[in-house]
Design a protein around this ligand. Structure first.
Ligand SMILES: Nc1ncnc2c1ncn2[C@@H]1O[C@H](COP(=O)(O)OP(=O)(O)OP(=O)(O)O)[C@@H](O)[C@H]1O
Ligand SMILES: [Mg+2]
Length: 210
């Protein structure tokens, strides 16, 4: 392939930090640079994975054990990669993905119930361990994120989003641990400030890939 190989970028962080907003803005910013990036999201992003998404996010809290949940995420991701992400990267297209493997590590590993090695083993099995070229971890104080969600959704939230504050603090701390351990891949971006300010920071955090 030529030197214009597509890059695989993921956005990570807890609920309401601005991942979907920034994923869209990154796609637009790349477009002005002549890069037509594919924007996708997890869980979902392919026919089979969207079906699994409904299983994962609907229903009541007891619907799945954390281990079943980890398996379902891994299965959805395998389908998403095979049908959507890999074909795009194979033709040199950039891919921006709203949540990816680090969300599994933070949310299923975060409660301490599934070991990080086990989550990575599932990823190896399902998806040959495909990792992003760059991961943007958006960081925001939990009360600010909660306020953004409240403004967006009112009182409704999905099966995972509705878990306790302690759980979400644990999730945030696993994300930080990952960022510290994998500094070459993961860049932390302060998500406080206006949408445009944050977008500028996201762009700086991928500038070396352009
Ligand atoms: N920098 C910002 N300042 C204020 N509000 C913001 C900012 N960025 C995003 N928002 C708003 O906050 C809400 C949450 O943003 P967004 O949906 O992008 O977050 P998310 O990380 O994708 O959330 P989720 O994890 O629930 O998918 C949205 O209503 C969005 O318009
Ligand atoms: Mg979102």
């Amino acid at each position: 392939m030529s030197g214009s190989a597509g890059r695989f970028i993921t956005l990570e962080g807890g609920e309401g930090v601005g991942k979907s907003t920034q994923a869209r803005l990154l796609q637009e910013a790349l477009k002005t640079r002549g890069i037509n990036a594919l924007l996708t999201r997890e869980p979902g992003g392919s026919g089979g994975a969207e079906m699994i998404r409904e299983l994962l996010l609907g229903g009541d809290e007891e619907r799945w054990s954390v281990r079943s949940e980890a398996l379902l995420f891994a299965a959805a991701r395998a389908d998403h990669i095979r049908r959507t992400i890999k074909p795009a990267l194979a033709v040199g297209r950039w891919v921006i993905c709203d949540r990816f493997i680090d969300s599994s590590r933070a949310y299923q590993g975060g409660a301490g119930l599934v070991a990080d090695d086990d989550i990575m083993a599932l990823h190896q099995f399902g998806s040959r361990g495909l990792m992003p070229d760059r991961t943007i971890l958006l960081t925001l104080p939990i009360d600010e994120a909660a306020e953004r969600i409240r403004k967006r959704d009112g009182d409704s939230s999905d099966r995972i989003g509705s878990r306790s504050d302690d759980y979400h603090l644990e999730v945030a701390s696993v994300f930080l641990t990952i960022a510290q351990a994998e500094q070459k891949r993961v860049r932390m971006v302060d998500a406080l400030g206006t949408v445009d300010q944050v977008s500028g920071r996201v762009l700086s955090a991928i500038a070396d890939l352009l």
